[in-house]
Design a protein around this ligand. Sequence first.
Ligand code: DC
Length: 228
Amino acid sequence: MNGPEDLTAPVLTIDGPGGAGKGTIGQLIALRLGWNYLDSGALYRVVGWIARQHGLDESNVDELVSLLSSTRIQSEPREGQDTRIVVNDYDLSDEIRDTRVGDMASRLARLGPIRAALLDCQKQARKAPGLVADGRDMGTVVFPDATLKIYLDASAEARAERRYKQLKNKGLSVNLARLLEEMQDRDRRDRERAESPLVAAEDAVHVDTTDLTIEQVIDEVLSLYRQL
Ligand code: DC
């Protein structure tokens, strides 16, 4: 994710709450179009992971920003799996998916200096032939001039169930009821924060994935893109 951003490259943003299918859909669309892919949530998760490693939290913003400046994050989309995330040559793809890391990520994502520290690295992912960017504020803050903005949503129950299956498949021990509760807490925090809250861009197209298959969602998004 280095080098200047290419402002001529088209961007397709996919924002929405956790478990709506942003990662699965975003990666598959990027792979099919042969585009680059940005999993911005993974960057916030890396910050959450660093904080936990160093015993830091919301009260240590300066230390966290300084640690981030010496952190090299590489990523690569994968079909049917979460994005590969390599931090300073150490593969953290699985570790950052832990719900405790996600919770810390959501807490730290409320802080302006943390968001500012991640902004350049997100913008630099914009490269030819195009970028699919997924997160909470891709269409509102990071790429307001995106070619197509999608707001992906699903019922809280469907989202919790998907997360449950993903974590189970990784061999992590999870409890569905607790997961639903944690997801609702995290949604609330992401929606109610002052800095770049989770909100659909005014020009975003809403897609509810509760009763759709992955292929149906991909078809819908690609057909919206082709109609432009
Ligand atoms: O999408 P995710 O669950 O991996 O994201 C983890 C947390 O990161 C999420 O709770 C909020 C934060 N986040 C954010 O604030 N802005 C983004 N663009 C992406 C994620």
